[in-house]
Design a protein around this ligand. Structure first.
Ligand SMILES: Cc1cc2nc3c(=O)[nH]c(=O)nc-3n(C[C@H](O)[C@H](O)[C@H](O)COP(=O)(O)OP(=O)(O)OC[C@H]3O[C@@H](n4cnc5c(N)ncnc54)[C@H](O)[C@@H]3O)c2cc1C
Length: 461
């Protein structure tokens, strides 16, 4: 990519800002990345990323995208002890919407996934960005972008003005860009929201070796069970266990309560293993009330010189584990938009981001609104699609082809659209019909044998 910009500024050095800075390092002579939080020298929690204390699942697609931005990242993570898992039954326990998938059969077309903790992944990426010769990372809180009446021309930091051809807003879901737009005489973006009412409670722990072969344990919430749990085995030989509640139902708030929930909703060997767990540190709590998609793609007017990025555009229900991967996909959009900006870089980027956000946002909304007690606008077709999907997942419990298809799409591989082909829908219907017929036959058989048993003493009397 040719360097068409003199100076680009990125606000926020979390995963979004780091990815944006990496892309901009190819398009600008100089990039300055501002972060208000202290950036630790190694893999450590940061105050401004409280979500780092809770399970962070890196989707297989996210790993691929990050690797393309930072070649060698995955090998370095594995060398540093990050667990690697082929998507095999013994590595994963995966429950979604009350159905347990992929644990009984070896999947046919395995894929590789990586399980870094959030602080480790962010540090691996941060140290690569810090090593880029034309990127400077500064600890400072950006007051606001500078708008000259036509376009954004830089940022104001500690009262001083810093000029920039392009400013990327990677300040996360709490971005102030909608307010600034209004102050500059533009409209705020429409916000699509789903009130998911999620509460998180997490604890680090250590388990005696050999008790749990799985490295990823997921038990999503369902219609009947509003509480869920994720347990990931990380590079420092510890586990993080996150329990969560959906629809404003609080998860257990202490370690004993979490272990009790695990015993109820996880396979017995994991529940039993947790009886021997050594809890580490304190419980961490987090509330995530609302998934939010700011529709910059729908605005008629938008100033040149600024681009919103990462969670500042779309923040997804964290229990689906998609945020970092969707951010990495936005990085690919930003690269393309910088290469071919069309009439406006921001518009080209916003439209590409909307295109990749739509299928993932919609499927999450269907799941949340039809199964997880969320509140929000619901088109009439969400419920039938939600029911069909329930059928699909039911069949996927014992059909490895369907399970594999689901797990690949859930990992955002192959396509972002969770829409099974007609062939797979047919397979689901046949599978469920066979199961239904077998169940009915079994019921009839056991009723007959009960009747026969009841009639024997009568005859012999
Ligand atoms: C509880 C929870 C669990 C999650 N679990 C997962 C998961 O399992 N898998 C997954 O892929 N994703 C997950 N996510 C989402 C993931 O954390 C985000 O998608 C990811 O961090 C990218 O966000 P971001 O960089 O856009 O914003 P953030 O991570 O929110 O970072 C914003 C940064 O901007 C800085 N900043 C803000 N204002 C200023 C300013 N004025 N000046 C300078 N700096 C500023 C902040 O200090 C911060 O560092 C989860 C999120 C939450 C809340």
């Amino acid at each position: 990519m040719g360097r068409t910009l003199k100076h680009a500024v990125v606000i926020g050095a979390s995963l979004g800002g780091l990815c944006a800075a990496r892309v901009l390092s190819d398009a600008a002579d100089a990039v300055t990345l501002y972060e208000r939080d202290e950036l630790p020298a190694g893999p450590a929690q940061r105050a401004a990323v409280p979500q780092g204390r809770h399970v962070h699942l890196l989707m297989a697609r996210g790993a691929q995208e990050f690797e393309s931005l930072f070649p060698g990242l995955l090998d370095d993570m594995v060398a540093a002890g990050v667990p690697i898992l082929e998507n095999r039954p013994d590595c994963i326990h995966f429950g979604a919407a009350g159905h347990v998938l992929g644990t009984q059969h070896r999947l046919q077309d395995e894929f590789t996934a990586y399980v870094p903790s959030r602080p480790h992944l962010e540090w691996q990426i941060r140290r690569r960005v810090l090593a880029l010769p034309n990127v400077t990372v500064l600890r400072a809180s950006v007051d606001e972008p500078v708008f000259d009446g036509q376009r954004v021309t830089g940022v104001r930091v500690d009262g001083a003005t810093v000029d920039a051809d392009l400013v990327v807003d990677a300040t996360g879901r709490g971005t102030r860009l909608p307010v600034w737009l209004e102050q500059w005489g533009f409209q705020r973006p429409r916000e699509d929201t789903v009130d998911v009412g999620i509460g998180y409670a997490s604890h680090r722990l250590r388990l005696p070796e050999g008790l749990v072969a799985e490295k990823v344990v997921v038990a999503g919430a369902s219609r009947e069970q509003p509480l869920g749990l994720g347990m990931l085995y990380y590079e420092d030989d510890t586990w993080t266990m996150t329990t969560f509640g959906t629809g404003k139902i609080a998860p257990p708030q202490d370690f004993d309560g979490m272990v009790k929930l695990a015993a109820e909703i996880l396979p017995a060997h994991i529940g039993d293993a947790l009886e021997h767990a050594e809890p580490l540190g304190e419980v961490a709590l987090h509330k995530y009330p609302t998934s939010r998609w700011r529709r910059y793609d729908k605005l008629d007017r938008f100033p040149d010189g600024i681009v919103p990025f990462g969670d500042a555009v779309a923040s997804f229900n964290p229990t689906f584990g998609q945020g970092m991967t969707m951010t990495s996909i936005q990085a690919a959009h930003l690269r393309r938009a910088l290469q071919e900006p069309g009439e406006s870089l921001a518009k080209t980027f916003a439209e590409a981001t909307a295109k990749s956000t739509y299928p993932v946002w919609t499927m999450n909304a269907i799941g949340d609104l039809t199964m997880h007690r969320a509140q929000g606008a619901m088109p009439w077709w969400y419920r039938p699609v939600g029911n069909l999907f329930d059928q699909f997942l039911g069949a996927a419990e014992s059909d490895p082809v369907l399970a594999e298809w689901f797990l690949r799409r859930f990992s955002l591989l192959d396509s972002l659209y969770m829409v099974p082909s007609a062939k797979l829908v047919g397979r689901t219907i046949r599978h469920n019909m066979r199961a239904w017929t077998a169940e009915r036959r079994e019921k009839v058989r056991s009723r007959r044998s009960r009747e026969t048993a009841a009639s024997v003493p009568a005859r012999s009397a």
